[in-house]
Design a protein around this ligand. Structure first.
Ligand SMILES: Nc1ncnc2c1ncn2[C@@H]1O[C@H](COP(=O)(O)OP(=O)(O)OP(=O)(O)O)[C@@H](O)[C@H]1O
Ligand SMILES: [Mg+2]
Length: 682
């Protein structure tokens, strides 16, 4: 039996709310995610809703997994297995897999992540835009296209701002890019959502089928939905059984098109909405909460919320001013070691930073002092060259129209098909308006040497044979391992470098692809190559290891953005300096005018998210200077530090081994520290 009495009255009201739109608007740590899991249990246990009719949406794959675990804990695995608990992207993959043929794609479509997209866009820029010395940056074009898609602006509707060179280039590249994707039977991340909304708009029968299936919608982290996701929800939830939970103060994806308006206007867009607020925080101590409240109060565009805790004040927040990045890393790692030797597990600690590059010094220090840690994000496993090469084979085997990946493997491992030959083959495919794969199968009429022609024939035979073998394979892992052996990918890696150690590491990465496939195969009831690739693609900017992170006793390192929704007993917020937090880009955007304070307010929300991840202890650090291109540059303290009431802050606890530099550091800390020192009585 699930004990619904552990919920407070407001939480319970949300859980037992009948049909119709429900908005749960509440601050950090007030139990929003908990309400979602309990509401799911309630729907199934008390209202006899079939689990198959429930759709819960989360922001990351990790959050989806965690939610599934929590729900399973309440109502059992079997019932949980029947529901859809997914991210927007993975939900859309599921929907498109059934219906994408209505949009003129085939069901074995490829999903292009950032690396594939950039490759394609670079190529299109070269073909259509660049001339002479003109060099247009592919990442920026991609960003503009992505932004348009998030706003559901189709290529034909894209209107460039006057004069801007990048806007004009995007106006040329966007339609070409979309056409190429379709020709390759590929979709990018933003397409997943945009195409699904288009499917629903143009094919009411597909929409109706989905509405029949998903009758109860629950959305976590609703404040971060963008226009496209919002449209999708409106289409799916016409029945009104939509429960969204969010916190406008934690909206941190404005740069990806998330629209705070979605939460602020929900009541208008869904008439009859019942709004419930939660005000009790169950996560943090009084001091941490007071700091969070004080900081977020400085934002103007927000719904005012009260947030209180029944918990005591707890320990004061700590502030450590460090010399430079190395010193900062040392102070943090020593600080958490002290706590660890007092008997706390490593997994109690998280180090949070604004940008991923900040992780390097901490990683080095943790490794040096033998502290186990896990880095979330950062250098992506699936972004490594050898991994991408291997995965490209699998993608082509599934979908030979996937031109980007086909070109990637055409001469990998080297088989004598150089760029000139490749260019001629591509030219032919555009002249004849057919896919590159068709040209490879029948290259007659293309100017190629006999040798190239022979090698091409072998390549085509290899792909065709293996397509067939993988389709019928009963043991995917073994088959793929054999494929890699036949291709001699190990040998190719060895030939690519003289450095034995490097080669060995690269071979290990390759082996890890097989390992990942093996664990996928083990987990899945009906493993398929398509299923595996889908998982790989959707992991994009998240953590990829399949180990359950909570099981491992390690320190977590992650960006503030990735920390959303999580909690840790002790949190280190590092790099509390201008240009990190608020980030340089936001400072520049604010200086550019427009809504001048908006970018700064988003940075402040990010700070608020960081503070509210901490349950019992919060340590803030900043460095007096940092090296840039080998030169030490002075750093200014973050403007947000001054927003925390002084009485909540304290220098680091005296139990930490004292460094000779400490007195010096405190002196350097200047005016910000002067008030605090007297408080410390040191
Ligand atoms: N009624 C309650 N009784 C005891 N503990 C609770 C209660 N409600 C929530 N909690 C606990 O408080 C913590 C925060 O809950 P939860 O993660 O659901 O908050 P949230 O509002 O989703 O936070 P965030 O805004 O950071 O996503 C969790 O550890 C949860 O188990
Ligand atoms: Mg939550």
């Amino acid at each position: 039996m699930v004990d619904f009495h552990t919920l407070n009255p407001e939480q319970y009201a949300a859980v037992e709310h009948g049909d119709g739109p429900l908005l749960l608007l509440a601050g950090a740590g007030s139990g929003k995610t908990r309400v979602i899991t309990y509401r799911i249990a309630y729907l199934v246990l008390e209202r006899d809703i079939h689990p198959g009719h429930i759709l819960a949406m989360t922001f990351t794959n990790k959050a989806a997994l965690e939610m599934r675990e929590r729900v399973a804990g309440l109502i059992g695995r079997k019932r949980t297995a029947a529901m859809t608990i997914a991210t927007f992207h993975s939900l859309c993959v599921q929907i498109l897999k059934q219906h994408i043929d209505r949009l003129g794609y085939k069901r074995n479509f490829s999903i292009y992540a950032a690396a594939d997209q950039v490759r394609l866009i670079k190529d299109l820029i070269d073909r259509h835009v660049n001339s002479g010395d003109r060099r247009i940056d592919a990442d920026r074009i991609l960003w503009i296209i992505s932004d348009a898609k998030n706003r559901l602006i189709a290529p034909e509707d894209f209107v460039p701002f006057h004069g801007d060179e990048y806007q004009l280039a995007a106006a040329t590249v966007y339609p070409a890019y979309q056409k190429a994707l379709k020709a390759f039977n590929a979709v990018d991340f933003d397409d997943l959502i945009m195409l699904t909304t288009r499917l629903f708009r143009d094919h009411p029968e597909a929409l109706e089928a989905c509405r029949q299936c998903y009758r109860y919608l629950l959305v976590d982290e609703y404040q971060d939905t963008n226009a496209a996701q919002y449209q999708l929800l409106r289409q799916l939830a016409a029945h009104g059984n939509l429960c969204v939970v969010g916190d406008d103060d934690q909206s941190i994806y404005g740069w990806r098109g998330a629209d705070l308006g979605n939460i602020l206007d929900f009541e208008k867009d869904f008439p009859g909405t019942r709004t419930i607020r939660l005000e009790q925080n169950y996560r943090s101590t009084g001091n941490i909460l007071a700091a969070a409240n004080a900081v977020i109060r400085c934002n103007t565009r927000r719904k005012v919320k009260k947030l209180w805790t029944a918990d005591g004040a707890g320990e004061p927040l700590e502030m450590i001013v460090c010399r430079d990045e190395e010193d900062e890393a040392l102070q943090v790692v020593e600080r958490l070691q002290v706590e660890h030797y007092r008997g706390r597990p490593w997994k109690h600690f998280a180090i949070l930073y604004r940008t991923n590059i900040q992780s390097r010094a901490f990683e080095e220090q943790l490794r040096y002092l033998d502290v186990p840690y896990r880095l979330v994000g950062g250098q992506q496993f699936y972004d490594r060259k050898e991994v991408k090469d291997a995965v490209a084979y699998l993608k082509v085997l599934l979908n030979p129209s996937d031109e980007v990946n086909l070109l990637r493997i055409l001469n990998y491992p080297k088989r004598g098909i150089g760029t000139t030959s490749a260019d001629r083959l591509i030219q032919r495919s555009s002249d004849r308006d057919c896919s590159l794969w068709e040209v490879l199968r029948d290259p007659s009429g293309v100017d190629l040497s006999d040798q190239v022609r022979a090698s091409l024939a072998l390549f085509v035979r290899l792909i065709e044979t293996w397509r067939y073998r993988l389709r019928d394979s009963l043991d995917l892992t073994a088959s793929v391992a054999e494929l890699f052996r036949e291709l001699d990918l190990d040998g190719e890696i060895n030939r690519s470098t003289d450095d034995r150690i490097k080669a060995e590491r690269r071979r290990e990465f390759l082996q890890d692809v097989i390992n990942a496939l093996a664990s996928y195969q083990q987990r899945e009831a009906e493993p398929t190559l398509a299923g595996f690739l889908e998982k790989v693609s959707l992991l994009d900017d998240e953590q990829q290891d399949d180990k359950d992170a909570d099981e491992e006793d390690v320190v977590t390192l992650m960006s503030l953005h990735s920390s959303k929704g999580l909690e840790f007993p002790m949190v280190f917020l590092v790099g509390m300096e201008e240009e990190y937090l608020p980030h340089k880009n936001s400072l520049e955007a604010a200086a550019d005018g427009g809504e001048a304070t908006a970018p700064i307010e988003e940075e402040r929300r990010l700070f608020y998210v960081g503070i509210t991840r901490a349950r019992r202890q919060l340590v803030l650090t900043r460095a007096e200077e940092r090296k840039k291109y080998g030169k030490a540059l002075k750093r200014e303290p973050s403007r947000f530090l001054a927003e925390i009431p002084e009485e909540l802050l304290q220098a680091r606890s005296s139990s930490v081994p004292r460094q000779t530099s400490e007195a010096e550091q405190q002196q350097q800390a200047g005016h910000f520290f002067s008030g605090i020192q007297s408080l410390l009585g040191e």
